[in-house]
Design a binder for this molecule. Structure first.
Ligand SMILES: Cc1cc2nc3c(=O)[nH]c(=O)nc-3n(C[C@H](O)[C@H](O)[C@H](O)COP(=O)(O)OP(=O)(O)OC[C@H]3O[C@@H](n4cnc5c(N)ncnc54)[C@H](O)[C@@H]3O)c2cc1C
Length: 413
């Protein structure tokens, strides 16, 4: 029996008009919530998708309208009080109010915090030079787009997914791209060595250069504008712009100031509820339970934002919570479609299936006979079957998995 704790006339206020907040509004109306909803966002745009910012949009293959989660008319038709270009400054849990940057105070019965994360900055000399960029939102992407083009040289600090996507987009726009990474391999925090090696080779074949094991000491410039990145060995890598892609920090400060439990993100339960029963939190800003892995984790992905948006809309409307999903993520670089399901916590064995040299393969991560993660490059059947196996926890025969002649259907049977 699901308890419907929220009366139909409850005032719902959502802080953060991004992927999670925007999706929560849509699910709330879809699930029949007809009461007042206020959606507050500090950007000037209605909720939009971020993944294309480092891919199609950067390459000029998508425009601002095509990024929107819902057309502008949706918010009017659905009677959503959408307030843009205004930030939430403080939450008063006793009074159940939120103070905004424009001085207004909004009352809530149920609050949903969906403030996402921001790009981590490097606290080094030269970080404020013109041309030192980050990529988190549409405004950042706009700056980046004007900074790279034919004949320009782009330095990407950080060889994670966003960094590699930007390097690929830079090449597509005719810019030279150099990736500077502190670790000995790209994607060191998020992928296995085989996948790192494959991606580095692929990028190199497209003309991307790499500086690995390279500490960045400073950005150097001339008349306030960046001209290069100084490494800890003293060398300066010349560039016209640098994108810093070294991870994201959850925007959890106002939640913390209001006394909500934090642990590198706002701590929520399996229904996305915080330590205050009247406040939920969803998306990149949360540290959430992963029931399939029996631990807490902070995820940064669109599927996670959607899953938690559904959880919160279900909890508010008294619907049965949807079954836990296997976390997944994708990345597009050149003609490569990378799809990742699961997280390789405690994996003790890797099985590679397919042909790495043909750019069509999957890396399976096993813990004993249990599949815990799959990274699939141009291999949708491996991704789909792998995601299913991670979810249902069936033991996997590693020999069959490694054998291309055995279909994934049979492996998963
Ligand atoms: C360049 C890039 C590429 C990506 N590619 C992929 C991909 O390929 N696949 C994938 O699954 N995921 C990808 N992601 C991650 C994905 O976009 C995020 O996981 C998702 O946007 C999280 O949604 P969110 O609503 O939690 O945060 P966001 O979408 O970041 O939204 C949070 C919003 O809250 C606003 N905000 C913050 N503080 C306040 C405040 N105090 N008051 C009001 N508003 C506030 C922010 O400005 C922002 O608009 C990518 C992200 C980036 C930046």
């Amino acid at each position: 029996m699901v308890e419907n704790t929220v009366p139909p006339e409850a005032r719902i206020v959502i802080l953060g008009a991004g992927h999670a907040g925007g999706s929560a509004v849509a699910f709330l109306r879809q699930y029949g919530f007809a009461g007042p909803i206020t959606l507050i966002g500090d950007e000037p745009h209605a909720p939009y998708q971020r993944p294309p910012l480092s891919k199609a949009w950067l390459k000029g293959e998508a425009d601002a309208n095509s990024l929107l989660l819902k057309p502008a008319a949706f918010y009017v038709e659905q009677n959503i009080d959408l307030r843009l270009s205004v930030g939430a400054k403080a939450i008063d849990r006793a009074a159940k109010t939120v103070t905004l940057s424009d001085g207004n105070v909004v009352d809530y019965d149920v609050l949903v915090i969906a403030t996402g994360a921001r790009a981590r900055r490097l606290p080094i000399p030269g970080a404020d030079l013109y041309g030192v960029l980050e990529l988190r939102n549409a405004a950042d992407a706009e700056k980046l787009k004007t900074a790279i083009g034919p004949g320009k040289r782009l330095a990407v600090v950080g060889g994670g997914y966003v960094g590699l996507e930007v390097a690929a987009s830079g090449r597509a726009l005719g810019a030279a791209s150099v990736v500077i990474e502190r670790e000995a391999r790209v994607l060191a925090r998020v992928a296995c060595p085989a996948l790192s090696g494959f991606f580095q080779d692929y990028h190199q074949a497209q003309g991307v250069e790499f500086e690995l094991n390279a500490g960045v000491e400073a950005f150097v410039g001339d008349e306030g504008k960046i001209t290069g990145v100084r490494l800890s060995d003293g060398r300066v890598i010349a560039c016209d712009a640098a994108v810093v892609g070294v991870g994201a920090i959850p925007n959890d400060e106002i939640a913390g100031a209001a006394g909500l439990a934090l642990d590198g993100g706002i701590v929520v339960d399996e229904n996305a509820r915080t330590s205050d029963p009247a406040i939920f939190a969803i998306g990149d800003v949360t540290r959430r339970p992963l029931p399939l892995y029996n631990r807490m984790h902070r995820l940064e992905s669109v599927p996670n934002a959607l899953e938690q948006a559904k959880l919160v809309a279900s909890a508010i409307t008294g619907r049965k919570a949807p079954a836990p999903e296997v976390p997944w993520f994708w990345s597009d670089q050149y003609d490569l479609k990378l799809q990742i399901a699961g997280i390789p916590f405690d994996a003790d064995r890797i099985v590679i299936r397919g042909k790495v040299e043909a750019a069509k393969f999957a890396v399976f991560h096993l813990k004993g006979s249990q599949l815990v993660a799959v990274e699939a490059v141009n291999a949708p059947p491996e991704f789909m079957a792998g995601k299913m196996l991670i979810g249902n926890g069936k033991p996997v025969d590693a020999d069959k998995l490694a054998n291309d002649a055995v279909s994934m259907k049979e492996v998963a049977a």
